[in-house]
Design a protein around this ligand. Structure first.
Ligand code: CP
Length: 309
């Protein structure tokens, strides 16, 4: 039987299909509880440490809301300048300290691999809330939950990932998770921001069809889901390169008119200008519903890793 009890949540490719089904089913049950106005005490007596050493709105607030909705408590670092990381404390020492205060730890960190380092420092569950350009596994789970809610199933879909596919941890994790399903991909990016070759190779080794193109228009015509991403200023060493690439793709009404009928538009957010605001009124614009889905999915993860769901 699938279980996540005492597991760290570090990478999207750590899950098998049964574990993903368990997370989806648990999230659905919590969502129904919330819709029914149920007050939960699932995490009564548990404390979540929420350590965000990189900026966040959705991930931090939805994890903390999830814990509070489950009846647990939260301690938080929302700004690295207010933690002793600013005085040069190592991640190892921060985690060894925080494990004495909390029952489970959510970590966002600017360095790839930071969540694995944190997990090596403690037996308390670590949940990776984004490690640099590496992974964002809890985002990919809420993305999958959104796809299933919007489309009924992930199987049989053609999914376009567009934007900064080189540095985008959300797309790296989403690809890893969707490897468990029968999907086809379009990867739309400028040459400098293409999906890393090892990820494309992993897909082709699994027999998953991938079309790489610079043309968003070409991909839209064939896609059931468009997953737009931001060109991430913070990942560029050279600001001039960011300035050249920042407006590469903008979904506006003229482009949407050329898309497959009923296409679902997703975005992990924040957006800068890659989706025009007039698209927000389109029925298939799912990005704010997607952000809200972070609550039941993160409730499920928190409860499952401590064995309370
Ligand atoms: N999607 C996401 O990770 O958003 P935040 O950076 O606001 O947490």
């Amino acid at each position: 039987m699938a279980t996540l009890h005492n597991q760290d949540i570090l990478r999207a490719d750590q899950f098998n299909k049964e574990e993903v089904a368990l997370i989806m089913d648990t999230a659905r049950a919590f969502e129904q509880d919330l819709q029914g106005g149920k007050v939960l005490n699932t995490m009564n007596g548990q404390i979540l440490a929420s350590l965000f050493l990189e900026p966040s709105t959705r991930t931090r607030l939805s994890f903390e809301t999830a814990m509070l909705r489950l009846g647990g408590g939260v301690v938080t670092v929302a700004d690295p300048k207010t933690s002793s990381a600013a005085k040069g404390e190592s991640l190892h020492d921060t985690i060894k300290t925080v494990e004495g205060y909390a029952d489970l730890i959510v970590l966002r960190h600017p360095q790839i691999g930071a969540a694995e380092q944190a997990a090596a420092a403690t037996d308390k569950p670590i949940l990776n809330a984004g490690d640099g350009a590496g992974q964002h596994p809890t985002q990919s789970l809420l993305d999958l939950y959104t796809i299933k809610k919007e489309k009924g199933t992930a199987d049989g879909l053609t999914i376009t990932l567009a934007g900064d596919l080189k540095n985008g941890r959300t797309v790296h994790s989403l690809v890893d998770l969707l490897l468990l399903f029968d999907v086809k991909f379009y990867f739309v990016a400028p040459p400098a921001l293409r999906m890393p070759a090892e990820i494309v190779e992993k897909l082709s080794n699994k027999g998953i069809e991938v079309t790489e193109t610079e043309s968003l228009e070409q991909a839209l015509a064939a896609s059931d889901v468009l997953y737009m991403t931001r060109i991430q200023r913070e990942r560029f060493a050279d600001p001039a390169e960011y300035e050249c690439l920042k407006g590469s793709y903008v979904l506006n009404q003229a482009l949407l008119d050329k898309a497959k009928e009923g296409i679902t538009i997703m975005h992990p957010l924040p957006r800068v200008n890659e989706i025009a605001t007039d698209i927000d009124d389109y029925a298939g614009a799912a990005y704010f519903r997607q952000a809200a889905n972070g609550i039941p999915v993160r409730m499920a993860l928190l409860a499952l890793v401590v064995g309370r769901a």
